[in-house]
Ligand binder design. Structure first.
Ligand SMILES: C[S@@+](CC[C@H](N)C(=O)[O-])C[C@H]1O[C@@H](n2cnc3c(N)ncnc32)[C@H](O)[C@@H]1O
Length: 116
């Protein structure tokens, strides 16, 4: 394990409202989708894991572990990581319409050129 992605678990509807609010306040939005109903919001209460960037050829994997009392998002490495190397994982965002695509700058040979 490398780090846990901490934050507040929100219902989807609440997460969408909060996302709008953060954007209207010019604040960063740091959210991790657990499933179609729940999102972990790390924008206000999250730790350092929220700063991990996306890569199409990542050195880490983010997994949702379910417990009786909730969820944990665990980020583990999938290979040896050298000192000073940037941590990254595949965001696995859903594909969205062409107007809202985010270009990927991971720079790896297998880059898909967009994050979503
Ligand atoms: C959770 S934040 C990651 C931390 C962010 N780079 C920062 O400095 O706060 C996610 C955002 O970072 C940017 N990002 C992350 N990985 C990227 C990538 N491979 N290419 C381009 N932008 C990326 C995108 O704007 C994305 O919406």
């Amino acid at each position: 394990m490398v780090i846990e992605y901490n934050g507040t678990v929100l219902r989807n509807e609440v997460a969408i409202k909060k996302q709008r609010t953060y954007k209207s306040q010019n604040r960063g939005v740091f959210m991790f989708r657990i499933d179609s109903e729940r999102v972990v919001d790390a924008s206000q209460t999250g730790g350092l894991a929220r700063y991990i960037n996306h890569s199409c050829t990542p050195n880490c994997v983010a997994e949702v572990v379910t417990f009786e009392r909730g969820y944990k998002i665990i980020i583990t490495s999938n290979r040896r990581i050298e000192k000073g190397e940037e941590l990254c994982f595949d965001y696995q965002f859903d594909c969205v319409d062409s107007q809202h695509k985010i270009a990927c700058h991971c720079g790896t040979a297998d880059c898909r050129k967009r994050i979503n």
